[in-house]
Structures are given as C-alpha cells and as structure tokens.
Design a binder for this molecule. Structure first.
Ligand SMILES: Cc1ncc(COP(=O)(O)O)c(C=O)c1O
Length: 391
C-alpha cells in the first residue's frame, strides 16, 4: 500500500490498487430498486425461503455445540458428502482429505485460487461477458486479466480467440458454465475442444460451476469433473448458496487434484482459515438426501417457463435460456437508451430492476441486452410481467 501525506490537507491519501473499481452494479441497482420500490429482478438471489429441513439441521448443530473453529479444509463429513455427490453426478472421485476444501462461497474460492496460483505479471484469460469478481481478483493477485469475448450473440466460446490469447505468461483460464449472465451451457464438444486446445500447455483451469444444478431441457451440465484431461489441471468451484437458496450463507467448495489443492490451502488458511461450523454440519446432514439438488433443474425450469411465457406478452425479445436462473432479453424495440440508462429508466418508470449486460464486459459493448433473475416467487414474477407488459 502506498500512502501519500498531503501537507496541504494534512490527510493521508491511499493509492488505490483498484482505481477503476467503484460500487458494483448489483449494489447500485438494488439501492435504486429499493428507492423506487421496484421489483428487484437485478441481483441474483431468491426471494423465497430455503428448505426448513436445512434450517433445522443448522439450528440443531448450533444447539449441539458445533460452534468452534472447524477444520481448515472443512468438516470432514461435509467433504465426504461433496465427494460422493461429485462421484455420483460426474463420475470423478475426489479424495475428501486432500482434494476438497469448503469455502466462504464461490467468490472467496476464486479469489483465493488466484492468490495461490498467480505470480506477478501472469496472465489469466477470462471470457466476456463474465462475473464481475474475476478481473479485480486477478489484479489483486498481481496478474493481468486477458479478456476474450464469447461469440455474440450465441455466447459460445471463441476457441480461436482463446488460442490467440494464449501466451507464455498465461497461468489460467476461468470458465463458467452454466453461464452468468447469458444463461448458456457449454456442450460436451466445446469441452473437448477446450481440452484439445490446452493439451500442450501448462494453463490451469478455474471452473466456476455455481449454477451446476440449474440446467434445462435436454442439456447436461458439463462439469469439468467429467473430463479427465481438464480435471487434472482444474480447480472446480461450486456454491451451496445458489444450490440451496441460501446465498447469504456464503458457503461453497473447491475441488482440485491434491498438488493443486495443497497450494490452494496455503493461501486459504491465512485468508479464511475456516468456514462457519454449524452451517457446515447442517449442510453435511442435509446432503445425505440427494433429492433437493436432483430436483433443482425441474424446480427452476418451471420458473423459467413461467417467466418466459409471461415475457411473451411484452415487447422484449427473449434470448435462449439453457441454464442458471437468468433470462436475457433484447429491448431494442422499446428504446434507444444505452443498457445502463435503460435499466435505470426501467427501475424508475416500470418499477422493475434488471442488470445491463454491458457491465459484464471489459470493452464498452452495447447490444441492447439486459438480464433478469427469475429466482423469485411466482407472485413476484407475475407482478413484474404485468408491469413490463405495460411498456
Ligand atoms: C458466476 C458466479 N460465480 C460466483 C458467484 C458467487 O457465489 P457465492 O455467493 O457463493 O460467492 C456468483 C454469484 O452471483 C456467480 O453468478
């Protein structure tokens, strides 16, 4: 950190490590939604409760006295259950003792992975539009984010673009499927092509799979864990916050081969040490039954269909939604405003908050696209649609 003492004002001025970063758009839009009593379809969180059984498990764990520090890598039973879930779903075995760490949500996991693997000057490839924590986390680790755009408007990976971005400094690539914000899902062929592309490199993979259980129609979640040649170079990240409707708990996990996990844990033990103990015990007990996550695709597919059906009564044009709990729409028949301005206008005038896609890009990109979150009660979605239909 660099402090400059300003003799004139007699104040210390801190030189920012992230000068270009301000408040996130999610906070800005949520505050605007609150101010205008708008329905918040902007930030990605459910407005419905989670399973009372899960809450009971956590409460019980607390009352039983599970309230002191947990083991650094996480409560063993939880790691064992994560290993079983991964093996059952994706056919890959991770050793609960050496290859799994419980984290304070996915963002912390990604931040700490980058701290563990990025050396000053290393490059990390990210695929735009992408989740807003990636670039600053790379910078804080001393690295440089190299942005490659997903192909507009299919948002498929641009493998030639990735190939062209690879350099001797490339340390890692961050992949996210199902994808926030575009709701696309990588196919098996795309994963194979990525594996071929990386085969002769030393590039590590950070696979952000927080929406792993929100995949619709006949698509299959292509976890990196399904692909041996990718998994051997990968950190895979998931989030119980997303899966069990408890985003405020911020509990997730990382899977990685033992040698990669060893380096991860060196950073994790000083960055976090451990995650809230009763939450871990509660989640471990809840995971004994796979039904809640196995039923999640059906649960969200019904919400997606309900929301899309409603949007057909509006002037928005729908983009496909194969996974995640986001629906992107094109508003070009409604307005010429920029995406940010349109979202502000929509919040004030229609009483519905959304997120502009442009904020997920490093390069200024205007496509007249905005993102809605449909992880909401049917009544919330219904009211939002009524308001949107009036435009
Ligand atoms: C793609 C993606 N990665 C990571 C996260 C963060 O997950 P968590 O709340 O578990 O930190 C989010 C949350 O919105 C996300 O959309």
């Amino acid at each position: 950190m660099t402090f400059n003492f300003d003799a004139g004002t007699k104040r210390l001025a801190l030189k920012s490590k992230l000068p270009q970063v301000g408040e996130t758009i999610f906070s800005t839009m949520s505050a605007l939604a609150l101010q205008h009593q708008a329905i918040n379809l902007g930030q990605g969180f459910p407005d419905f409760g989670s399973d009372p059984a899960l809450l009971n498990h956590v409460t019980q764990a607390m009352q039983e006295g599970c309230n002191q520090y947990a083991p650094m890598a996480g409560v063993l039973l939880l790691r064992e259950r994560i290993a079983k879930k991964t093996l059952d779903l994706y056919g890959r075995s991770y050793d609960p003792v050496h290859e799994i760490t419980v984290t304070n949500g996915a963002s912390q996991a990604i931040f700490t992975i980058l701290q563990a693997i990025v050396q000053p000057g290393d490059e990390v490839i990210v695929l735009d539009p992408c989740y807003d924590s990636y670039d600053p986390s790379i910078q804080l680790a001393g690295g440089k984010a190299v942005h490659v755009q997903l192909i507009p408007l299919s948002f498929a990976p641009d493998l030639d673009g990735i190939r062209a971005a690879l350099s001797p400094r490339t340390r890692a690539l961050i992949l996210n499927t199902p994808h926030n914000p575009t709701a696309t899902v990588w196919t098996q062929e795309q994963m194979r092509a990525l594996a071929d592309l990386l085969a002769s490199t030393q590039v590590l993979l950070i696979s952000d799979e927080v929406y792993e259980h929100m995949v619709f129609d006949d698509a299959t979640h292509q976890s990196v864990a399904r692909h041996a040649d990718l998994a051997e170079r990968a950190y895979i990240v998931s989030s119980f916050g997303k899966t069990f409707h408890v985003t405020g708990w911020k509990v997730g996990y990382v899977l990685a081969p033992a040698d990669l996990m060893r380096e991860y844990q060196k950073a994790h033990q000083f960055n976090v040490f451990c995650v809230a103990t009763p939450l871990q015990h509660g989640l471990a007990r809840y995971l004994a039954d796979p039904a809640p996550y196995l039923e999640l695709p059906k649960f969200y597919q019904r919400k997606r269909d309900f929301f899309r059906q409603g949007l057909l009564t509006t002037r928005f044009k729908l983009l496909p939604c194969q996974g995640s709990y986001f629906q992107c729409v094109d508003y070009s028949s409604l307005s010429d405003l920029s995406e940010v301005e349109f979202c502000q206008w929509l919040t004030r005038q229609a009483g519905v908050a959304a997120i502009p896609l442009s904020v997920f890009y490093q390069q200024p990109t205007e496509q007249k696209l905005i993102r809605f979150c449909f992880a909401k009660k049917d009544a919330t979605l219904e009211t939002a649609i009524e308001r949107l239909a009036k435009l």
